[in-house]
Write a protein that binds this ligand. Structure first.
Ligand code: SF4
Ligand code: SF4
Ligand code: SF4
Ligand code: FES
Length: 986
């Protein structure tokens, strides 16, 4: 801490902090148009000039030093700021009253007011460019663009998509996409960072245009006429009077525009943001202070919300009659469910029923679903879709460190010196989390190693990319661990103090020599040594993994191998270290945390443990079953065997996301009674006897838990669409009809019960989660949470971690002479999973209308395939016809098929072989043959898809180039500013 003087008053602040932050904290109002705390100093606008120790400097680019004397009020500084802002207004037409950005938070508007601008010194000059509306979600108006560079900075260095730049040398600079392409044909991934940080209306969401203001919906000629009138008035009245009018209009908007905080419903990163709505129209998604994401979003969180108001939404319960469904009233549907569940239970016992909770639903809803199964029906047959992806990671962590969750936060991943990504297409599956790695790698020297069978974006960015043979990660991970131990590079002190079972583990490593790993994994010994050296040398290492590890027949063991490696190198218990299995769905972590598992009550309390059961029995006032329940995989088998007769499935597209989809569909046809609860008539609904219309996240209260164990509240944005109901209401109605006396009036009461029965959530409450507040479990009764999971030891009785010995076996399904190709599958950035939600966004549909199969250049040459060829893929289970996309992302005989299709789901091909520990299907171990049906056809990916763009990487906005332009002068002292000593400190 140090003292500085600002305008004659002493303030205590932190030496080395940005001066602008200190000034802001002190409550001094200083203009600052290009500065954004999450982007750092950009230094393009010059509106923050202050005097420091007698010299004019930019406050955003200066750092606090002891004894500094700062003046914001000396006339020279004031004049410099006014001059700088005048130059900005040359690039921007002020027509606030009829502008959709006039919502109280427009930086240009607010700065005009702050600087008490009366008249423009430099008249507005239109730029010789058209408005670009070629992106489906946003438009750029060069005439309103003040060239602050915030968007460029965000795209280049925060999102790190590297699409935007400004060519300062141009006679009329503007923002450029891919150096000058139309936005819609550029590499822009529509993440929305640029729009979010734009300080004016130059970049705007199309959903705002004509909708936000009272007078902004007018036709262009009328609007232009209004703008002319306003400009005419300015000459006479000056800006203050005009500003007053626009502020009255902005205040009126508050009466009909609602801003509600919610949490993204797509992936497990846990982005949160305000949703701006007018009635049921979504004006925009505005991220600002989300603990996981700040101003960041990806295309889905920012733009993919059309599904909420889709005309396809279910609004009436449906009851099967023969081959058809008829609409029914809620009472009739619920009565039928209660009657059939009761009959089946009476006839076949409670274990003839099974329940599946949704990882798209809230924690409270997952909790109620397992309470319904256990406490009302009397079965432990309850599971959720983490069985399909994350259970092996959880098992690997349970074995080694004790808790099944990420060992730190996204902030830890950012801080790491080295990030190792194994089997995760992070840039597409966890986009905002990936931006943090890309930024740290680009700006802060973070090293990146990627191991994958496919060369995705993170692989291309990596310092070292290992193109491994499928299903062999356990081998190289164990070999690297062994090499580190053998070479004396292990963290001995950490092992001695915190880890058990070293000797047995070392013995188990015997087969894992570098030579064996090289032969098995297809990686050279030198590369493996290099990887071991980099990991051992790095001070802080984080490992990120996902379905490329878990969806294998050795998914649990490979996850364990990752954790073993982290233990050997001492990469736990410190900021910037740890294990990060990246959770797929928004609440897949929470669904398991809250007991939607056949063997665990909420908070990972064993259903086997009489003491635990007794606590829940007394809390719920019922007896609980003690026999282990069935997981998803076992449920399908049990239906085929005639043991399971009925199922209640909530928000899960199981008929096509489970592996071996034909086998699953056959099972569903055998059920005596099947209830599916969803917001659309999904592919799974086809097999239902009753379909219940539920409400999506925007229509309810509740909490989600993201990949970093972060519990966050979602606040209700809309009333449930008429006819639909929130899942917690429906589950409660079913329970009541089955005799339970549940009386929850809102989800907060469910959370009170969860906290009372679950030590891990003892301190979780809606008050502690109000607004943007969040908690990372475990949460003590006093509300203390644990962003870093292990600080005082591991989650075992003696506080020590456990090195877990492993063996390796070849994957059971390998390409052979009949099925000669390896088929991989996974997500795409712009679609979520099978696409039930994202296909309902017309913009996404236009850019990515269908699934495809990626074919390598070599294979395409060999078989005469081109992008657009229609091929048939056949596995031992089924076949799909799909168009080919020829790409160098895959190599040789390896294919990749995105999972975004309900008509051609990849799971018609995948098999029922599983990871024996968790029964997670080995989705990534599928052998297929490929037949060319039509050699020519239209490419499945249109040219407007971002993958065809050409990014223009550079560091930030390169403001030094602006300063070098002959026309540029640093406001205030008349000197040309070419001093780059105060280069950005980010
Ligand atoms: S990728 Fe596109 S939407 Fe995202 S910041 Fe860059 S230009 Fe903007
Ligand atoms: S478009 Fe970019 S450069 Fe132009 S005003 Fe907006 S953020 Fe600034
Ligand atoms: S999909 Fe994931 S990364 Fe994208 S906005 Fe939602 S939570 Fe964030
Ligand atoms: S805020 Fe723009 S130069 Fe400092």
């Amino acid at each position: 801490m140090t003292q500085i003087s600002i305008d004659g008053t002493e303030f205590e602040t932190v030496a080395g902090d940005r001066l602008i932050d200190a000034i802001n904290h002190a409550g001094v109002h200083l203009s600052q148009v290009c500065y954004h705390p999450q982007l750092g100093p950009i230094q393009t606008c010059d509106t923050c000039i202050v005097e420091v120790n007698g010299e004019l400097v930019r406050a955003c680019a200066s750092t606090v030093a002891p004894g500094m004397k700062v003046s914001t009020i000396v006339p020279e500084a004031k004049a410099a700021r006014t001059e700088a802002f005048d130059r900005i207004l040359r690039n921007h037409e002020l027509y606030c009253t009829v502008c959709d950005n006039n919502n109280g938070n427009c930086t240009v508007h607010n700065t005009t007011k702050l600087l008490r601008v009366e008249h423009q010194h430099y008249p507005f000059q239109a730029k010789p460019y058209e408005v670009d509306s070629s992106n489906p979600f946003y438009r750029y108006d060069p005439n309103q663009c003040i060239l602050c560079g915030r968007c460029v900075e965000a795209c280049q260095d925060l999102q790190v998509n590297e699409t935007l730049s400004i060519r300062w040398e141009d006679p009329h600079p503007r923002v450029l996409w891919d150096g000058g392409a139309p936005i819609g044909q550029s590499s822009c991934v529509s993440c929305g960072h640029c729009i979010t940080v734009c300080p004016c209306n130059a970049l705007m969401e199309k959903s705002m245009l004509g909708h936000a203001g009272f007078m902004t919906g007018m036709s262009k000629p009328v609007l232009d006429g209004m703008i002319d009138v306003v400009k005419g008035l300015e000459a006479e009245t000056g800006y203050p009077a005009i500003m007053k009018v626009s502020e009255v209009e902005a205040a009126m908007r508050d009466t009909r525009v609602r801003r509600t905080k919610t949490v993204c419903t797509y992936c497990g990163v846990g982005c949160s943001f305000d949703i701006w709505t007018k009635d049921r129209h979504i004006l925009k998604v505005e991220p600002a202070e989300g603990p996981a994401n700040g101003v960041s979003t990806c295309i889905k969180g920012k733009f993919a919300w059309d599904f909420v108001n889709s005309p396809d939404r279910l609004t009436k319960p449906l009851i099967r009659e023969g081959d058809r469904f008829r609409e029914a009233e809620w009472d009739e549907a619920l009565d039928l469910i209660a009657r059939r569940f009761t009959e089946i239970k009476k006839l076949h016992g409670p274990d003839a029923l099974a329940f599946i909770a949704s990882s798209k639903c809230t924690n409270e809803e997952a909790y109620l679903m397992q309470k319904l199964a256990r406490g009302v029906v009397g079965t432990n047959n309850i599971d959720n879709c983490s069985r399909y992806c994350q259970s092996p990671a959880t098992a690997g962590l349970f074995r080694t460190v004790g808790y099944g969750g990420d060992s730190g936060s996204i902030a830890d991943i950012e801080q790491a010196d080295l990030v190792l990504i194994v089997g995760s297409n992070t840039a597409e599956s966890h986009p905002v989390l990936a931006t943090r790695v890309k930024r740290a790698h680009k700006l802060h020297g973070q090293k990146l190693i990627v191991a994958d069978i496919r060369e995705h974006e993170m692989a291309r960015r990596a310092d070292l990319f290992m193109h491994t043979r499928p299903s062999t990660d356990l081998v190289w991970l164990s070999a690297v661990s062994r090499y580190i131990l053998d070479q004396g590079l292990a963290h001995t002190e950490f092992l001695n103090q915190w880890v058990n079972n070293l000797e047995e583990y070392r013995k188990s490593l015997e087969p894992f020599t570098l030579d064996f790993a090289a032969k098995t994994c297809g990686i050279s010994v030198d590369t493996l040594k290099q990887v071991a050296g980099m990991i051992a040398k790095a001070e802080r290492v984080c490992v990120l993994w996902a379905m490329g590890i878990t969806q294998h027949s050795n998914g649990s063991d490979s996850s364990t191998a990752i954790s073993n490696l982290l233990l050997v190198t001492g990469n736990y218990m410190r900021p910037g270290t740890g294990a990060y299995p990246l959770r797929g769905h928004n609440n897949v972590q929470g669904a398991s945390d809250h007991g939607a598992m056949p063997n665990m009550l909420p908070g990972y309390q064993s259903a086997d443990d009489p003491e635990v059961r007794a606590r829940f029995e007394s809390g719920w006032g019922v007896g609980l079953p003690s026999t282990k329940g069935l997981d998803n995989h076992e449920m399908v088998e049990a239906i085929h065997e005639g043991k399971l007769r009925s199922m209640y499935l909530c928000g899960e597209e199981m008929s096509i996301v489970d592996s071996n989809a034909n086998f699953v569909a056959e099972a569903f046809q055998k059920l005596d009674f099947f209830v599916v609860q969803d917001i659309f008539f999904s592919a799974t609904c086809r097999f239902a006897d009753v379909v219940l219309p539920a409400s999506p996240s925007l229509e309810k209260e509740g909490t989600f838990t993201s990949t970093e164990r972060r519990v966050q509240r979602l606040h209700q944005v809309f009333e449930p669409l008429e006819g639909s109901r929130p899942d917690w209401v429906i589950i409660q109605d079913v329970a009541k009809r089955l005799g339970a006396c549940w009386k929850y009036r809102n989800p907060s009461e469910i959370m009170v019960e969860i906290a009372a029965l679950t030590p891990m959530f003892a301190g979780v409450s809606y008050t502690r989660l109000e607004g943007y507040k969040s908690l990372q479990w475990p949460v003590a009764a006093n509300g203390n949470d644990q962003p870093l999971l292990y600080t005082k030891g591991f989650h075992f009785p003696d506080g020590k971690a456990h090195l877990f010995p492993l063996a390796w076996h070849e994957a059971p399904e390998q390409p052979d002479s009949q099925f000669d190709l390896h088929l991989n599958n996974g997500r795409l950035l712009e679609h979520f999973h099978e696409g039930n939600l994202t296909y309902r966004s017309p913009g996404i549909h236009a850019k990515t209308p269908d699934t495809f199969v990626e074919v390598s250049l070599e294979l395409a040459r060999e078989r005469g395939i081109e992008s657009g060829s229609l091929v048939q893929l056949t596995s031992r289970r089924g076949r799909v016809r799909v168009r080919a996309l020829v790409t160098d992302r895959v190599q040789n005989g390896q294919l990749y098929m995105p999972m975004n299709s309900t008509e051609r789901p990849v799971n018609l091909l995948t098999g029922s072989h599983v990871d024996p520990v968790t029964h997670t299907p080995a989705y990534k171990e599928t052998a297929v043959q490929m037949q060319v049906l039509e050699p020519h056809g239209e490419s499945p990916l249109p040219r407007i898809n971002h993958r065809f763009g050409h990014p223009t990487p550079q560091k930030g906005v390169e403001v030094e180039r602006k300063w070098k332009q002959p026309g540029y002068r640093f406001p205030g002292n008349g000197l040309i500013q070419i001093d780059t000593a105060q280069v950005q400190t980010k």
